[in-house]
Design a protein around this ligand. Structure first.
Ligand code: IPD
Ligand code: CA
Ligand code: CA
Length: 266
């Protein structure tokens, strides 16, 4: 497989898909509820997913597709043996609908379960984060430096407010000390963007406890290239195909966080 060619092609398709979404922010979009009123999907989520499926089918018929909207769910494959494109057509659909910004297209290409290519594109800011494994990560044309050591007191931590109040996934009280010690907390509402913001130093850590492969596949390749760490709350590695509790972080900041939360979580 000529990975450089796939990389260039995937970036080109993502730019084209971004153009569709940029235009869509000036039109009216069709919004539906999926599992609840907080779980939105638009005609544009489906259109972008179909755009990738059609392009991949034509140019790379041996490749498989995994997307949030499930439009290629008729495919049967073993991710450990195949090349799979893992795509979130719009990550941050609520932001897309309410704010018309702070959303992204996320593309991760994995071969036999191993990361090859990651792309996260914010079409409104015209920022494309991208990486080919082993070749470094970029923000548009600029190579991102490896993450420098930072302290928790200098860190901005992204954590959804949901995890800081009683919830059914984690004991929220374990985060109190971390929140008090950090410089600040943020929550953007697009997992893909939050992961690449850790990669470029806009955030130091991002927590989420109910993500899916399409939310993280692109960002994981990019964050891996700059030396970021990806662990569960129990300080274990996780697979892109089965994320559980996920932390994406600057290594040094995560060690300090572990002191405050992970020990309390045992
Ligand atoms: C969601 C966003 C959000 C995260 C959710 C995801 P969607 O993706 O990434 O920030 O907290 O868990 O499902 O639905 O906008 O593609
Ligand atoms: Ca998503
Ligand atoms: Ca989505």
């Amino acid at each position: 497989m000529n990975w450089d060619e796939v990389y260039q092609t995937a970036k080109q398709w993502t730019l084209e898909a971004g153009e569709i979404l940029r235009k869509a922010t000036k039109e009216s979009v069709n919004v539906e509820y999926k599992t609840s009123v907080a779980d939105l999907v638009t005609n544009k989520d489906k259109e972008i997913e179909q755009f990738f499926i059609d392009h991949i089918k034509t140019k790379y018929p041996a490749h498989f597709f995994l997307g949030e909207e499930g439009l290629a769910s008729d495919q049967e494959y073993n991710a450990e043996k195949e090349i799979v494109w893992i795509v979130d057509p719009i990550d941050g659909t609520t932001n897309f609908v309410h704010q018309k910004r702070n959303f992204a297209i996320s593309v991760g290409i994995y071969e036999k379960g191993k990361p090859r290519i990651g792309i996260v594109y914010d079409p409104i800011a015209d920022e494309m984060f991208h990486a080919l494994t082993g070749e470094g990560a970029y923000l548009n044309e600029q190579l991102l430096p490896k993450l420098a050591d930072k302290k928790l007191e200098e860190a901005n931590i992204s954590i959804c407010q949901l995890w800081l109040v009683p919830n059914d996934k984690v004991d929220h009280s374990i985060f109190i000390e971390m929140v008090q010690k950090a410089r600040g907390t943020r929550y953007l509402g697009s997992a893909a963007l939050e992961i690449v913001y850790v990669a470029c130093g806009r955030l130091e850590t991002y927590f989420d406890f109910r993500l899916s492969p399409w939310d993280i596949a692109g960002g994981m390749v990019i964050l891996g290239e700059v030396g970021g760490v990806m662990k569960t709350l129990e300080n274990q590695p996780f697979s892109v195909f089965s994320p559980e509790t996920t932390i994406f972080s600057n290594n040094k900041v995560l060690s300090e966080i572990q002191e405050t939360i992970i020990t309390k979580n045992r």
